[in-house]
Each structure stands twice: as structure tokens, then as C-alpha cells.
Design a protein around this ligand. Structure first.
Ligand code: ATP
Length: 431
């Protein structure tokens, strides 16, 4: 049986993945947990999310499905942050004998939940049509994420990575996390590039430790169970109450919809689009860098590298009208929030400088306004300045925001290095 849970936490406490980890331990009494639990990230632009729009699911082989469902419902009821207005839990069960029948429909629902904006009734109607055991609390919005996680579990073919999540003892929740940062840096070096986003070297930040009041102590992301485990075990910290290793769609770009025309872009969706820079980037109050791009039809749209993207803005500020770039990111308020980009071509800009002397090779001096140039050494004259190419200080290739600004779903360039470099030229992972 598949069990999926979503929307149990609030900004003040709990975490759906923690509840999932507790249930996996408690349910061992009724059966055997099969394979890895999953942690899927859904549409990152959804305003109802607490933090990263996650949903979870796991699979159990059991001869006591009724008892399992009863236990899950009573624990979600007990442990969810139901007093919070934003918390609307949902739980969905897929009994083993129903899996094949519902697989395809739920697979489609999963992809929609990652890329589109769904209504609570979309989930409720599908649950009713497929006649699935479920439970929603309050407005039942969590049923959307829960149903999507069932779809992901039933259709395991999606690109995936892993995350090792270590949880704090209850008494420590809400207090400052005690983690030895030096040990984190060493742990990162031991497995990078098979793990990533543990630290952000350029911005001198440890990024695997959250700051909110939730039970997560740290999370290590990587391309396999082994590297995330090696790194996690090297981290010296306060006591870890429990941990779980999730298979996840984090770091896969599953949210990105490829489009060719700006006219096809809608708010609250995420895209990959090739366009031409139309205006010079401007940095506005707050440190956000904004510029406009144009597609081949002549339609325009704003792109932004917001302040939290830190050193990435230095790259973006070098763009010039005419540069041809593939942008990836989510669109809100008609502005694409850049997650990564691929510079296809850069315009050549020329500037005029004093010419070099044709006789002795020295740089000539101005001979006075409107009087051309003159070599101070040998006296040779020239009428016109020399045109030289302006050094752009950037090159074609793929770039990304730094780890401290990474979206959960964004595929880090360390994962693109081999394959993409063959197709698209150079890859510059941010670290
Ligand atoms: P956590 O820190 O535990 O991951 P969260 O950031 O995942 O919290 P939730 O509390 O799960 O946030 O809230 C997100 C809500 O949005 C859930 O109710 C989920 O069902 C719903 N949701 C997820 N994807 C979509 C979507 N594509 N369209 C509409 N609603 C969605």
C-alpha cells in the first residue's frame, strides 16, 4: 500500500517529511517498508506553501491495511499544525490491488502538480473517480500534494536525486542548531560533486542547515544514497533523533516547461525560453537586477536576478542588448526569476581608441580637437582612431545562481556537466 501525506506543517513547527519518517518507524509493527520514501517538490510558485512545496509518500507491505490507515490518520490528526490557518492536511492511500488501475491518471496528476496550478476540487474529483481511500482536514488542500506523491510513487521513471534529512530531538526544536561548520565543509569536500549544495563557498555560507523552527537539523543532497550518507555521517552536531533518506525530484528541472514564444508564458509557471537581451540590465533599489528580453516574434518580457542571487548578478550585469541567451526560471508578475541560463552568443561591441603608430608601434596621442593623432616618438600622423572589440568579461556557456539561492527543483550544473557540455559548450557550476 502507498501512503502519502502533505500539508501538515506551519512556519512555527512540524515538517511533513518528519511526520513521514515517524510513521515509517511506527508502521513497522504492521508490515515492511519497501524501498525509499519519496520527497517530491511541486510547483514552486504556489502561494499556499509553507516553505518548499514538498509532499511525501512511502510504501508498506502489510496484511493489516485497515489498521495502517487508522494509525496514519490518527497520527496526522495528532501531529499536524491544525491550528495554523495555512495548514490543510491531506492523506491518500493506494491499496496494492488498485495500483495498476490508477497509475496512469495519477502520473499525469503528478506532472501537473509540478508544473501547473491545480484546484482542491481537481484532487477531490480524481479521488472520488478513482475511489481512493483518503482523508482531508479543513479545506483539504493537502490532497493535491498527497495525490501527486502517489502518482510519483506509482510512476518511478522520473529523473531523481537523493536527500539525507537528519532530524533534531524534540527538546531542541526552536533553538539554534548546534552544528560544527568546519565538519560540514570537510564533509562537503569528501563527496562533491556527488553531493551538492551543502556549502556555498563563494558566499561563505553553509546551506544544508535550515533556520526555521522545524525539526530538520540538516539535509544533504546528492546523486546516490551512498554519497549523501557518507557526507551526513561526517557532520559533527547536536544529537540526531532520527534520519531518513528520500528519493526526490529535487535538482531535476522537472518544473521547467520549454517554450519558444513569450506569448505562451503564464504567471505561476516555470519555463525555459531562448530570447535576445533587449535592454541593458539595471540594478534597482534592494539590489535586484532587471532587464528586458525579446523573442523572435518581437514580444517582450522582464527577467530578474534578485538580490538573494548574490554574485550571480555580477554576470547578469554584463549582458548587452543583442546577446542571445536561454533563460530558465519561474514567472511571477510577468517577470522571469532566473535560476540558470545558457549564453548562446554575445554581441561584439567596438570602441574607438587612439591608433598605434604604423612606423614604431607606439600608441599615438591626440593632436588636438579635430586634428587626428600624432606619434610622440617618431612624429607619424593618423586621421582616424582605431576600432577595437570591447572585452565582455564573460563567455558563452551555462551559468546558475549560487547554492544559497537555489530553488529545490533546479538542476544544479554539476549534474549537467557531462551530457550538456557535449551539446552546449562550457558549463560553469556555482559553488
Ligand atoms: P514543507 O516545508 O513541509 O515542505 P510546504 O512548503 O511543502 O511545507 P505545504 O504546507 O505542503 O507547503 O503547502 C503547499 C500546499 O499547496 C499543499 O496543500 C499542496 O497540496 C498544495 N499544492 C501543491 N502543488 C500545488 C499545485 N500545483 N497547485 C495547487 N496547489 C498545490
Amino acid at each position: 500500500m502507498i501512503i502519502s501525506i502533505d500539508d501538515t506543517d506551519s512556519r512555527e513547527g512540524m515538517c511533513t517529511t518528519y511526520l513521514c519518517a515517524i510513521l515509517m518507524d511506527e508502521l513497522k509493527e504492521y508490515g515492511t517498508i519497501r524501498g525509499s520514501p519519496i520527497l517530491i517538490r511541486l510547483n514552486p510558485t504556489i502561494p499556499y506553501k509553507t516553505r518548499g512545496n514538498a509532499s511525501t509518500a512511502f510504501e508498506i507491505t502489510t496484511s493489516e491495511p485497515e489498521k495502517v490507515m487508522e494509525h496514519v490518520i490518527s497520527r496526522v490528526d495528532e501531529l499536524s499544525e491544525l491550528q495554523s490557518e495555512m495548514t490543510n492536511p491531506g492523506v491518500v492511500f493506494i491499496p496494492e490491488d488498485r495500483s495498476e488501475k490508477v497509475k496512469e491518471k495519477l502520473g499525469e496528476f503528478f506532472l501537473k502538480a509540478v508544473r501547473e496550478v491545480l484546484q482542491i476540487d481537481d484532487a477531490k474529483n480524481l479521488i472520488a473517480n478513482l475511489d481512493l481511500p483518503s482523508r482531508g482536514w479543513k479545506n483539504g488542500r493537502g490532497l493535491i500534494g498527497a495525490l501527486a506523491a502517489c502518482g510519483a510513487m506509482l510512476n518511478p521513471g522520473w529523473d531523481h536525486t537523493y536527500e539525507y534529512l537528519a532530524y533534531r530531538e524534540k527538546g531542541a526544536w526552536g533553538t539554534k542548531r548546534q552544528v560544527d561548520e568546519e565538519s560540514v565543509k570537510e564533509a562537503d569536500l569528501a563527496t562533491y560533486p556527488n553531493t551538492w549544495d551543502t556549502v556555498d563557498i563563494a558566499n561563505n555560507a553553509v546551506v544544508c542547515i535550515p533556520h526555521a523552527g522545524d525539526p530538520v537539523l540538516f539535509g544533504v543532497r546528492g546523486n546516490g544514497i551512498e554519497p549523501v550518507t557518507i557526507t551526513s555521517r561526517m557532520i559533527i552536531s547536536e544529537p540526531v533523533e532520527r534520519y531518513a533518506i528520500y528519493k526526490t525530484d529535487q535538482g531535476t528541472d522537472l518544473h521547467l516547461i520549454p517554450v519558444e514564444r513569450i506569448a505562451d508564458i503564464k504567471d505561476m509557471h516555470s519555463y525555459t525560453i531562448e530570447a535576445t537581451v533587449d535592454t541593458r540590465p539595471e540594478t534597482i533599489r534592494g539590489g535586484h537586477t532587471i532587464f528586458s528580453v525579446r523573442d523572435d516574434e518581437g514580444d517582450e518580457m522582464d527577467c530578474a536576478a534578485y538580490e538573494p542571487t548574490k554574485n550571480f548578478r555580477e554576470l547578469v550585469r554584463k549582458f548587452l542588448p543583442g546577446d542571445r541567451i536561454v533563460f530558465s526560471g519561474s514567472v511571477k508578475n510577468n517577470t522571469l526569476n532566473i535560476e540558470k541560463l545558457n549564453i548562446i552568443s554575445l554581441v561584439q561591441e567596438q570602441e574607438s581608441v587612439n591608433p598605434t603608430c604604423s612606423e614604431c608601434g607606439k600608441r599615438m596621442k591626440s593632436a588636438g580637437k579635430g586634428q587626428g593623432y600624432r606619434c610622440k616618438k617618431c612624429g607619424t600622423k593618423a586621421d582616424l582612431p582605431e576600432l577595437v572589440e570591447v572585452k565582455r568579461g564573460i563567455e558563452t556557456g551555462m551559468y546558475e545562481v549560487p547554492p544559497c539561492a537555489r530553488r529545490h527543483l533546479a538542476k544544479p550544473l554539476v549534474r549537467c556537466q557531462e551530457k550538456e557540455s557535449e551539446k552546449n559548450g562550457k558549463v560553469f557550476p556555482s559553488r
